[in-house]
Design a protein around this ligand. Structure first.
Ligand code: SAJ
Length: 417
């Protein structure tokens, strides 16, 4: 079971680090992305995402001749699909990128190849990939078509969800245990042999459907737990109790571990994946749906409190510190902080100074929005009447509290208590 060549489809937050790590272990890796500027950048040894240690890993792999990139797949022993699986406006899984990636492999697939879907997908999607490819490659036998000892499939397909935490991707890619769900047991074994090259954690074998649900459950579990913390913070507010102190004290109990309340849940995973479960089981997922509603309601709740304060001032200047979806990263996807700023702008606040040290231009949602400008931290603190802390970036934790004197402060992350 040797893998001399690997192709990683999708060079984003997961695909690019994965490609670089396998290349670092001596595999000849081709990264495939339909964005030509990403491909050109990787071929120059450059990265387009902020992730600690990734730049050196990619630079070294490219200069060693082990990693290159292209816009179209080429034949390889194994393929890892790591493309986005967003949701539609109606909270339904959008599998267009996944299916397009699968279809792009049709022309290069051959007997003996392995395909691993790493993208987070609803239950049944890995099988759907197999079915789609079978219709494109009638001369090859695919795993959903049945496999026994005498008729092993020509192509092996498995799901092995990525579980890495942005900001810690390189360490987590190698150290985390991997759940590997083969469409057949043989598919699982082959995928485990691939990950053995790069992963120090355990490879835990199961079915594709179980692996799909496990990944969704992990993120839904976190979403539900954050929703508990957020709901508790609203209860605390009503009762005049400091929510962060209450959480900290409750967590001294040996079997209690409440997460941190905040302005809502963002990112491309936890705010999305629970919907994939809801879509598959709408009548059996009341708790998961309620958690989504609680977390999604947090930005409007916070904005309401800020606007109440703004109503007592004439022409207030509001500084919003942080636009990223969480601390010390540049990722603004589904960010509750952006949502809060949108609410303030919609209420016609004249001057909203958005401070986000990790970006150079406002995101599309705020670009050209009346009243909103991207500002430097010092200038924003200087002129603000209201300071809203939205993201617990290290640089904001270091702010001298005296600079907040005389200002109305909304600390949505509890860092200035
Ligand atoms: N958040 C809180 N309070 C908390 C923890 C998080 O409000 O106590 C908020 C964050 O500010 C952020 C959101 O939740 O807006 C999500 O952040 P996160 O750090 O919990 O998770 P992600 O989205 O960066 O990464 C998650 C991880 N999943 C789990 O921890 C179960 C990661 O391991 C997954 O690989 C990743 O989703 C993914 O790609 O699915």
């Amino acid at each position: 079971m040797t893998f001399n060549t690997l192709s990683v489809i999708g060079l984003g937050y997961v695909g690019l680090p994965t490609a670089a790590i396998f290349a670092g272990r001596g595999v000849d890796v081709l990264g495939v992305d339909n964005n030509a500027s990403v491909v050109e950048g990787v071929n120059r040894g450059e990265v387009h995402i902020v992730e600690p240690d990734l730049d050196k890993l990619v630079r070294d792999a490219v200069s060693a001749g082990k990693l290159r990139a292209a816009t179209e797949p080429e034949p390889a022993d194994a393929f890892i699909i790591a493309v986005p699986t967003p949701f539609t406006d109606g909270n339904k899984p959008d599998l267009r990128y996944l299916m397009a990636a699968a279809e792009s492999l049709g022309p290069v697939l051959k007997k003996g190849d392995l395909i691993v879907v790493e993208s987070t997908v609803p239950v049944g999607a890995t099988r759907a990939v197999s079915e789609r490819l079978a219709s494109l490659c009638p001369n090859l036998r695919f795993p959903h078509q049945g496999e026994d000892a005498s008729a092993e499939s020509d192509v092996h397909i498995a799901h092995s969800p990525e579980r890495v935490l942005p900001g810690h991707v390189i360490a987590e890619l190698t150290r985390n245990d991997r759940v590997i769900g083969g469409l057949t047991p043989n598919c699982g074994k082959r995928a485990a042999a691939l990950y053995d090259i790069a992963v120090e954690g355990q490879c835990l074998l199961t079915t594709a459907a179980t692996a799909e649900l496990v990944k969704l459950s992990e993120n839904a579990y976190r979403d539900v737990n954050i929703a508990f913390a957020n709901e508790l913070s609203i209860i605390c507010e009503r009762l005049g109790v400091d929510p962060w102190e209450a959480v900290e004290l409750a967590n001294h109990h040996p079997r209690v571990n409440i997460l941190q309340p905040g302005p809502g849940v963002g990112g491309h995973c936890i705010a999305v994946d629970p919907w994939f479960i809801v879509d598959s089981a709408p009548n059996d997922s009341a708790l998961i749906q309620a958690a989504r509603t609680v977390n999604d309601s947090m930005p409007a709740h916070l904005a309401g409190k800020i606007l109440d304060a703004a109503d007592t001032m004439s022409a207030p200047v509001i500084a919003c510190l942080g636009l990223a979806y969480k601390a010390d990263i540049d990722d603004l996807r589904q960010s509750p902080a952006v949502d809060v700023v949108q609410h303030l702008a919609a209420a016609e606040i004249e001057i909203i100074l958005a401070v986000e040290p990790h970006i150079e231009t406002l995101p599309p949602e705020l670009e050209g929005v009346r009243g909103v400008t991207l500002a430097e931290l010092d200038a924003a603190l200087e002129s603000a009447d209201i300071v809203v802390l939205l993201v617990d970036h290290s640089v904001f934790k270091a702010i001298d509290r005296k600079r907040l004197d005389g200002k109305q402060v909304f600390d949505a992350r509890g860092i200035w208590r």
